[in-house]
Design a protein. Structure first.
Length: 84
């Protein structure tokens, strides 16, 4: 499943970085570390929070995709070292 990564800045006055969507086998839990391949290197992130936003269609129609396939799950995380 594709999940959207948003990386929190060290300084709260800075903007949250939207890293786009990455493939995950499962939704990680808050406090868990995830390792992503980004910019030709591996980056370790610590998950802060998960937000799930289902996109529901107003009228069910056979040609419309299932809402679960069009939902968005956001992972808010912060950069960290592998052993932090």
């Amino acid at each position: 499943m594709k999940l959207t990564i948003k990386v929190m800045p060290d300084d709260p006055r800075d903007l949250v970085e939207d890293w786009g969507r990455y493939d995950f086998e499962y939704v990680p839990a808050a406090g868990q570390r995830v390792v992503l391949y980004r910019d030709e290197d591996f980056v370790t992130l610590k998950v802060i929070a998960i937000e799930h936003h289902p996109i529901e269609w107003p009228v069910a129609h056979p040609n419309e995709p299932d809402w679960r396939k069009t939902s968005r799950t956001y992972i808010y995380a912060r950069r960290c070292g592998p052993r932090e």
